[in-house]
Design a protein around this ligand. Sequence first.
Ligand SMILES: [Zn+2]
Ligand SMILES: [Zn+2]
Length: 322
Amino acid sequence: MPVRPLRFASTLGLGVLAAACAGNNVTATPTTTGGTTTGGTTTGSDALAPYYLTFALCADSQGPDCTKLRLGDTQLSTTAAGVGRLFSCNAANPGAPGSIRARITWIDDATSTWNLLRKPFLPSGTFAPASGSYTLQEANGTRTIQVNNLPVDGRIGDWPMSRYAALTAIDPNPGTPAARSYSFTLPVAPTVNVTPTCVSLGAIGVTTNGVVIYNAADARGNDAVAHEIVDAHGGHPAQTDYHYHFVPERLDRAPLADGHSAVIGYIRDGFAIYGYKGVGGGELRNTDLDECHGHSHGTLGYHYHATIEYPYTIGCYRGTPR
Ligand SMILES: [Zn+2]
Ligand SMILES: [Zn+2]
């Protein structure tokens, strides 16, 4: 299998990201969707109710309040890292295509928060791409991960979203996921740098489900998880390039003996990213983690964690990205 250098993949990712959220005047036509009939201009909360989800992470008192998540739009910096922020290599680009803000009902500008439980998600349907693949090999201090960027567990929404008028009226993303080879060549024992590094657009890591991770920002530099509609399994396409901006909670399974989450993926600097829970099984908040969204304890050494608040995956690279 030809190995695509990650640098090339990342550059390509930047290009497709801008095009992916293209608000290129996709016309929403009334259609019957997964359980509800919606009109092209009906975007009220009642019309969206069939698309709401519940999350185990939101069902207890641990971790952030899912109904009042801090909006990350103003938490992007191109100059410095900070707890709860994204140190981005790319400045915000307010003119880039994306969701139609006036139709987003789950963001509260007055409090700069958003409600995960009142955000719609594209359901499953008839869309059935090729099977996902994920291989991991370790040799001579190098970990090589190869994927086709489709979910190994087969769980994906009914793309393209344009078939769901109520959703595409808010987020006119025209993309449809397709297989794409990625190869990550990472150090098994990466080094913690004194100075963290900014996070690029495109793939910043890969999950054990065979799907790449993008950072917390959309093409405009806004909070992607708050603004963009993804499917009920956590991902969406940039043209054909499927990706997660946050970690689907189903990937956070089979915790370690002490209750700490297991590895759910690897970041481009070689450090692992674990799920939502720390030692003892408690759900983590940003304040439990450093500015890159990681910490070091016990035998795990330095590692990142997922949280259900911005920046969701990593805030900066603690090691050297490959
Ligand atoms: Zn995206
Ligand atoms: Zn940890």
